[in-house]
Each structure stands twice: as structure tokens, then as C-alpha cells.
Design a protein around this ligand. Structure first.
Ligand code: BGC
Length: 922
């Protein structure tokens, strides 16, 4: 009887589950709770931080209809669902990002805990998200107790141009006693220069190159660390190592072109400022701040410069200097420095971290005693050295991206970046070392003066980057293009280093704005760059010239006049616009708006009858081949594009009048542009690939002539053997314009091309990265010395901007509304490829699009995230030819047919996985 009863209960319990699979989907789950784009950020300085999360849920057409956020002052309170700081209540909304905190004032130094739950389309409540946290930084001036301190090393700079000045790193220490039980301890730290913070012998945090690069005269970032478990009862020691970094070291090409200043652009002496706040169990609080009670000294880091490299003399190590029980009586009283002006804020971006460790794939010995380690790919970072040998042996490491034909590394293209690290052995068994304050762009490490013959583990590659390139996947039937995709990611990782740099190896490594704007959208596909680019936009805004132009690079440390150029300065419009489109971020638009308006006025002022001429630096379509597009044409077309984007951004900010104003301006520019540059037969007056690409993509073509313009572009490409004649500006726009105008097959031909100039050319020549030039290197001409010596980087992401086309068109993942709430799936299905499979982790969750041919049928597998809808374009006019999971469309109520034209059928779908197949008459 008992058993029978149990069986009955079991059946009754199971029935709703079985039914439930059909009609009731389980409630939604919440992932990746983030604040200000970051996971559990510490020490933020934003008063109304923005929340976001991602939803997962089985089934189709899943939606969020409401949410509730709780912010609590303690973990315990959050556990008891008490939002004592903020309880949003149940808010009827489908928003999952850009949700502003709207509770009590967030207090300086306070810790907060938060969670969120949501209601789905049927009103089903989710579980609470896993608890997340954030803390506020030191918000008031009076909270800061520290002084900027350093060690005086004298100043023996000799000749500015002919010898390098590379002062040693400075060491600071402070011993203090904690006698009571610690409840919580927090460290706040920054430096004018670079710093590494240590407590009781251990490095704090896992980031490098702190506090980051800003215009130090305007703002300085600091970091906040939870060090509760690092403080022990009794003596504790805080240690800080500081070096010149971007603040006082060599930056960019200043030495190469012999600027008045070659280093010390912001100040001469690096200094550290910080404090530790200890809250004891008994409620008392103690603050230990950097001041003259600390001790200072020099140490084993004899040279430390981002471009030039690091020298470490292990014989000078002072064992235990950063731990208790050390006798610092011969250390000095630190010098105090002043921080002139500027804001002190939390770093808004993502920090440089070790993302990967690489084991060499090969060691060669091109000449006796010279060993070359091949790390398998061209990346940014440093080499960790393992060595054992006699005291005083000086092992030298040099870095190269490629090898010369004699097997030696090529260093000519580093120009005046010395990029040399030296380790001097203390001679006490196995020694392991990696530098702290320098990095290099390289694939090969040359090791000389190594005691004995090194084994493969003598060198480890330490990959450094501010980002994780894990937001996308791309796979196609063309192996070369798959390698190209890997190369794009490798190069993005190497150059998203505190800011988007042009290259990581030579004496440059600057936040070049032209490169950044052209690559921006591609960058967003490959990595979650919202925080990283927010930080860069602050740099760009700070660097805006007094007359309104955005400069060639940001931060802009040089004092040189007229450092701007068409398509470079436009980064100030194009990057914020993409932040808005991709991340639905209107706050960054508000932040940039005043500057953007100033820039528009600068352009207006420079133009005559709505035509903005070139002006500034004349780079044109940088590194184009065989065809030259005039500087004026580029200036005029980007002005039009800016006006168009400004109208849309003003609209997004509800600035109706401005939206009309810029809309009108765009119309006028378009008219004037057509009159000046577009001929009656639809050709452009300059007739280069780039001229067509820009005008078509920027919508500057008169409607009646656009078809002819596109046809001419296609004809030119065909006549050119399906190859480019374009540079940094034209290339991606050729791809985008071709697909926009219906020439997908031709775009694929360029995409698959392997003859110079093409992407395939670099892949066929063995590249693991994106080159600066179409022809940076060939296997047959490894010397190619003239070109190499001049200016030739093997890690330049600008030509990698084809990623934008790969996702938007080849895979067909694009947005309709900002933030991918309404998605467009419109792959460029072509006989040029057998299949494309791609995925992208958008701010609303993962979007996948895969297509392949199956005879005359095309199969499309699509994944749409929860709480979004998508329009899907299927390349056939006959609805009856389309099946989803082998069912006819009219049998599937959740799929809506929006329209069917000669070429395509457009469906509307909600979240979930779909497998379409369609007969295609091609
Ligand atoms: C950089 C480029 C940059 C250019 C301006 C170069 O030195 O490496 O990427 O955009 O200067 O033309």
C-alpha cells in the first residue's frame, strides 16, 4: 500500500514536469552581474553606477518583464534580502543593462553587496543572482592622508639624444604593528609613474602597469585592494616599488624625431602615494599613509623603462626588505613630491594582466652562444627567465617579431626602442626572474651570455593585455580565414594594453586615434571592451586640443602644434557612437557631448560651403597601395559621417534640436559633397577604391547614383585582380560597402585572396598576427631590410578591422537597436564559402549564427539570447521552401513572417535555438 501510494505521488509529481516541458519553461537564471561593466569592482568613484546582467533560459521567446535589485550594507543583510541601501522594488522593465543606481548616497570607503532577481514573460520569478559586491573609493579630498613620496636617486642625465638616461627603480617600505584582530583592511594606492604594491613579501593584486596612463596633469587613477587576509597580528610591512613608466620615462617617437623633450613628459621623479585602512574587530580604525615615516632606497632594478627595457642585478637584492624583521636602518627618509593639479579617480577600465603563459616551441642557435627562443606567436608581454650560474653573469634578452634569413632576430623595426632586458645573477642556485616595468612586442627572444646551454624552460612567454579576447568565435570553410581570425585576436590582445596602441614593439605604442576608430567595432566583437574603451574616451576627451580637434593619439604628451588629421580626429565621434550602439551606453555620450560639439564647430569653421578640406597631418588613406585618395576627399567624407552620427547621438540623448541641426548639416554636406566629388556617371572624381567605399558606406552618394558607384567599385576591384588598393581607411569600408550594395561574392573574393595585397598574403607567409603593411614580410625576402628598417610593425590591428565585416556580414550578426536588444541576422550566404560558424557574446548574451550549404539548400543555425528579438533574413522568396527543425513555418506560431521579397524572406523570432533550412534558387 505504502509503495503504491509512493508510486502515485511520483506519477503526480512527474506529470506537471512532463507537461511543463511543453508549456511552462523553468524560470530564468541570471549570470554575470556587473557594475560599471566590471565584476565586483573595488573603489569606484561613480555616484550612480550602472548595473547589468545576462539572462539564460530554456525554450523560446523568453523575456524579462520586471526586475528587482537589492543593495545592502553587509553580506548578512543581503542574505536576509534586506536592501537597506537600495531596494529598487519590482520594476516593470525589460532592461538588463545601463540601470542606474537610485538609492541612498554611496559613502566614501563603504562596501556594498547586491543581487538581482527577474520575472519572466509569464510572471515567473527567478532565483536571486549570486551575490555581487562593490566598494566605493576615497571620495573626499580629506579622506586622502598620503603624501607622494619617493627615493632621491640624483639626476645624472647626460646628453638628451645620444645616450639614454635610465634611472633605477625606487623602493619604499613601512613597518607597522597591528595588535588587534582585523575585521577588514583596504589598501588604496597610486603613483606618478608605475608602482607595484607589496605586503609582507607578497605582491598585492594581479595587475601590472599600475596605476595606468592618463594625462597626469588632469587626472590620476588609483587602485583599491582588499588586503584583509594579508594583515597579521604583530609587525607588518608595506612595500612599494616604483619606476618612471609613462610619467617620466621615454614615450613614443620623441627620441626618434628629436623632440625638445624625449622623456619626463609629466614629471621628473616617479613617486608613490597610498594608504592602508585597517578596521579592527573592536570598531577602531587605523590609517597608515605614505609619509616621511616610511623608508626609501634603491634596489636590484637598475633600469626600468617601458620602451628601453629593464636591468636587474640580483646581487643587489635586499632579502626580506618587504617583510617583517628586516633592518632598514640604512634606508633613507623619502623625499616628498607634490601632485600639481588634477583629479584622483578610480581606474574605469580593465587593467593589464598576465593572460597566458607560453612555452617556447623551438630553440635555435644562429651563432655560437646566441640562442633564439620561438614562442609560437607574436604577442605583447615579457619573458620570464630561468637560469643557474656563476654570480655576476649578465644574461641579456633581446626581442624580435621575425627572424632574418640568418636566423637572428630582426630588431631594426624597433627603431629606438632598445627593448633589452638584462639579468645579473646572484649565483645562488636556480634563479627565476621577470621584469616589472617594461614590456615588448615579440615572438622571438634572443638570449646571450647564458651560462651553459639553455633548455626549453629557460624562457617562458608572459602574455600581457588589458582584455580577454573571448567574446567571439569564427570558423569557416576556408582555413586561411580561420588563421586570419586568430591573428586578429592575437593582435588585438597585444595592443589593447592600457589603451588601444598602434603597435607594441617599436618606439611608438601610442593611442593612435585613426587606428582606434577604424578598429573600434571589430574590437567590440572580439572582446568585452566597454570598460576599456570608456577609459580611452576619457583620455581622448582630456587630449582634445583647445581649438576643438581631437589629436593624433591620446593621451597626448607632446607639445606640438596641429597634431590632428582627418579620420584620426574623427575618433572623438566614431568611438562614442559605437559605445552607444554596441553597449547601449548613453552616459558616455553625455560625457563626450560637449567636446564632440566643439569638434563639430572646429570642422564647421574649417569648411567652406559644407566641404571640410584636409588640414593637419597628411596621412590620407595611410599605407594604401597604388592609388591615392586626396586628403581633402577624406576630410570632406568624414565630416559628413560625423554629422550623420551626431544626429543619431543627439537623438539618443533626447536633444531634438541638435538632432535636427546635425540632420540638416548632414543633408547639406551630402549635397555639397556630391556636387564636388561625384560625377554624373556615378564615378567619383578621384576614382580610387577608397573614394567609393567611403562615400557609399557613409551614405554620401545621391540615391540615384549609388548603384552606379557600387558597380564602378566592383569593376575596379575586378580589374585589379580582386585585390585591394586601399590603406587603413579604405579597406574595411570596401568590404562593408560591397556587402551593403549587394556584392557579397566579391567581398568574399577579397576576403579569400592570398596574393599581395591581401590578408591571405600575410597568412601564407606564416604570420601569427596582423601586419602594419600589406607587405610587411615575405618568406622569400626575409631581409627586406630597407622596408623593415624604416617602419614596419608585425602587430598592428588596423587592417584587422575586417573583423567587423566578418561578424556583421559573413556571419550576419548585427544590431537593429543599440545594445543588441533587437538583433539582425543576415548572413552573406554565398557559393564562395561552404560554411561560416560564428558566435558573439553581446551585452545581452550569446548570439550565434552558422550557415552551410547542403546541395541547393542552405541550413542556418541560430541562437538568440533571452530577452531579445531578431529579424532573420533567409535567402529565398518562397515561404514554403523554408523549414525550421523540419517543420513548416505556418506550424510554428512563435515564428513570424515579416516580409518576403524577391531575394529574401524576413522572419521575426525570439530567444532560443533555431535550425532553418531553405531551398535557394541560385
Ligand atoms: C602609427 C600608425 C598611425 C600613423 C599615423 C604611425 O606611426 O604606427 O598606426 O596611425 O603613424 O599615420
Amino acid at each position: 500500500m505504502k509503495i503504491r501510494f509512493c508510486i502515485l505521488v511520483l506519477i503526480l509529481c512527474c506529470v506537471p514536469v512532463a507537461w511543463g516541458q511543453k508549456s511552462v519553461s523553468p524560470s530564468l537564471t541570471i549570470e554575470r552581474p556587473r557594475l560599471e561593466y566590471l565584476e565586483n569592482p573595488m573603489g569606484i568613484t561613480v555616484q550612480r553606477p550602472r548595473f547589468s546582467w545576462i539572462l539564460k533560459g530554456e525554450g523560446r521567446k523568453r523575456l524579462q518583464t520586471a526586475y528587482q535589485i537589492l543593495v545592502s550594507s553587509s553580506d548578512e543583510k543581503l542574505g536576509q534580502h534586506q536592501g537597506d541601501i537600495w531596494d529598487s522594488g519590482k520594476v516593470a522593465s525589460n532592461a538588463t543593462n545601463q540601470i542606474e543606481y537610485d538609492g541612498n548616497h554611496l559613502a566614501s570607503k563603504a562596501n556594498y553587496f547586491w543581487k538581482v532577481k527577474v520575472w519572466d514573460e509569464k510572471g515567473q520569478e527567478s532565483e536571486w543572482s549570486t551575490p555581487a559586491s562593490f566598494s566605493m573609493g576615497l571620495l573626499n579630498f580629506s579622506d586622502w592622508k598620503g603624501l607622494f613620496i619617493s627615493h632621491g636617486v640624483g639626476y645624472d642625465k647626460t646628453d638628451k639624444y645620444d645616450s639614454l638616461y635610465l634611472p633605477p627603480a625606487r623602493y619604499l617600505r613601512k613597518s607597522f604593528t597591528a595588535n588587534k584582530k582585523v575585521k577588514r583592511a583596504t589598501a588604496y594606492a597610486t603613483a606618478l609613474g608605475l608602482y607595484e604594491l607589496k605586503i609582507n613579501g607578497q605582491k598585492i593584486g594581479d595587475a601590472n602597469f599600475l596605476p595606468g596612463w592618463t594625462d597626469y596633469n588632469k587626472r590620476l587613477y588609483y587602485q583599491t585592494f582588499d588586503i584583509t587576509d594579508r594583515i597579521r597580528q604583530g609587525e607588518n610591512v608595506i612595500g612599494a616599488v616604483i619606476a618612471d613608466g609613462w610619467y617620466a620615462g621615454y614615450i613614443g617617437y620623441a627620441l626618434l624625431v628629436r623632440l625638445d623633450k624625449v622623456r619626463e613628459f609629466y614629471g621628473v621623479n616617479p613617486s608613490f602615494m597610498g594608504q592602508i585602512q585597517i578596521e579592527y574587530e573592536d570598531g577602531t580604525v587605523e590609517t597608515i599613509a605614505s609619509d616621511t615615516s616610511w623608508k626609501s632606497n634603491q634596489g636590484p632594478i637598475r633600469e626600468a623603462d617601458i620602451l628601453m627595457g629593464e636591468t636587474y642585478d640580483a646581487r643587489l637584492e635586499q632579502v626580506g626588505w618587504d617583510a617583517p624583521g628586516y633592518d632598514d636602518s640604512n634606508w633613507k627618509v623619502p623625499k616628498v613630491y607634490t601632485y600639481p593639479e588634477g583629479k584622483l579617480e578610480a581606474h574605469p577600465g580593465t587593467l593589464v594582466r598576465n593572460r597566458e603563459r607560453l612555452t617556447p616551441i623551438e630553440i635555435t642557435e644562429p651563432s655560437p652562444g646566441t640562442y633564439v627562443f620561438n614562442l609560437g606567436k607574436n604577442f605583447a608581454g615579457m619573458a620570464e627567465l630561468k637560469v643557474q650560474g656563476p654570480k655576476g653573469t649578465r644574461v641579456q634578452l633581446r626581442f624580435g617579431e621575425i627572424l632574418k634569413s640568418d636566423g637572428n632576430i630582426q630588431t631594426e623595426n624597433l627603431r629606438l626602442a632598445r627593448a633589452t632586458d638584462t639579468y645579473i645573477l646572484k649565483g645562488e642556485g636556480a634563479e627565476t626572474w621577470q621584469p616589472k616595468f617594461t614590456y615588448h612586442g615579440f615572438q622571438y627572444v634572443e638570449v646571450t651570455s647564458y651560462p651553459g646551454r639553455p633548455t626549453i624552460d629557460a624562457i617562458t612567454g608572459i602574455v600581457l593585455s588589458s582584455i580577454e579576447t573571448d567574446a567571439s568565435t569564427f570558423n569557416s570553410s576556408n582555413a586561411m580565414n580561420n588563421t586570419l581570425f586568430e591573428n586578429i585576436k592575437t593582435t588585438q590582445s597585444a595592443n589593447f594594453f592600457e589603451l588601444p596602441t598602434d603597435c607594441p614593439q617599436r618606439d611608438e605604442r601610442l593611442g593612435w586615434t585613426g587606428d582606434a576608430q577604424t578598429y573600434m567595432r571589430s574590437a567590440t566583437y572580439n572582446a568585452y571592451v566597454a570598460a576599456f574603451m570608456t577609459k580611452f574616451l576619457v583620455d581622448l576627451d582630456d587630449a582634445q586640443r583647445w581649438y576643438g580637434a581631437y589629436p593624433n593619439f591620446a593621451p597626448f604628451p607632446y607639445s606640438r602644434p596641429n597634431q590632428y588629421a582627418p579620420a584620426w580626429m574623427d575618433a572623438g565621434i566614431i568611438i562614442p557612437y559605437n559605445m552607444y550602439k554596441v553597449y547601449n551606453d548613453t552616459r558616455i555620450l553625455e560625457y563626450m557631448y560637449e567636446g564632440m560639439e566643439r569638434f563639430m564647430r572646429f570642422q564647421e569653421d574649417a569648411s567652406t560651403d559644407f566641404i571640410r578640406p584636409g588640414g593637419g597631418n597628411n596621412w590620407g588613406d595611410w599605407l594604401a597601395v597604388n592609388e591615392e585618395t586626396s586628403h581633402d576627399y577624406i576630410g570632406a567624407s568624414f565630416y559628413g559621417y560625423d554629422a550623420k552620427l551626431m544626429a543619431e547621438m543627439a537623438e539618443a540623448l533626447n536633444k531634438k534640436e541638435d538632432a535636427d541641426k546635425y540632420g540638416e548639416l548632414f543633408k547639406n554636406i551630402k549635397k555639397a559633397f556630391a556636387e564636388k566629388y561625384i560625377l554624373e556617371n556615378g564615378h567619383t572624381s578621384e576614382d580610387t577604391q577608397t573614394t567609393y567605399a567611403l562615400a557609399l558606406y557613409f551614405d554620401l552618394y545621391p540615391k540615384a547614383l549609388a548603384k552606379k558607384g557600387a558597380a564602378r567599385l566592383a569593376e575596379k576591384i575586378e580589374k585589379n585582380g580582386f585585390k585591394f588598393s586601399t590603406g587603413f581607411l579604405g579597406t574595411k569600408h570596401v568590404m562593408l560597402a560591397l556587402s551593403k550594395c549587394g556584392y557579397d561574392d566579391l567581398a568574399y573574393k577579397l576576403f579569400k585572396q592570398t596574393e599581395y595585397p591581401s590578408w591571405g598574403y600575410s597568412v601564407e607567409n606564416g604570420s601569427t598576427s596582423i601586419w602594419e603593411r600589406w607587405n610587411s614580410y615575405t618568406k622569400d625576402d626575409a631581409e627586406n631590410s630597407d622596408l623593415n628598417a624604416k617602419m614596419n610593425s608585425f602587430s598592428h590591428y588596423a587592417f584587422g578591422s575586417v573583423a567587423e565585416w566578418m561578424f556583421q556580414h559573413a556571419a550576419g550578426i548585427d544590431l537593429i537597436d543599440p545594445g543588441y536588444r533587437n538583433i539582425l541576422i543576415k548572413p552573406a550566404i554565398s557559393k564562395e564559402m561552404d560554411f561560416i560558424r560564428a558566435s558573439y557574446k553581446s551585452i545581452n548574451g550569446t548570439i550565434s549564427s552558422a550557415w552551410n550549404w547542403k546541395g541547393n539548400k542552405v541550413v542556418m543555425n541560430i541562437e538568440i539570447p533571452v530577452n531579445t528579438t531578431a529579424k532573420v533574413s533567409i535567402p529565398t522568396a518562397h515561404i514554403s521552401d523554408i523549414k525550421e527543425s523540419n517543420r513548416r513555418l505556418d506550424k510554428i506560431p512563435e515564428i513570424k513572417v515579416l516580409e518576403s521579397s524577391e531575394k529574401e524572406t524576413i522572419l521575426e523570432i525570439g530567444s532560443g535555438n533555431y535550425s532553418f533550412s531553405a531551398k535557394v534558387q541560385k
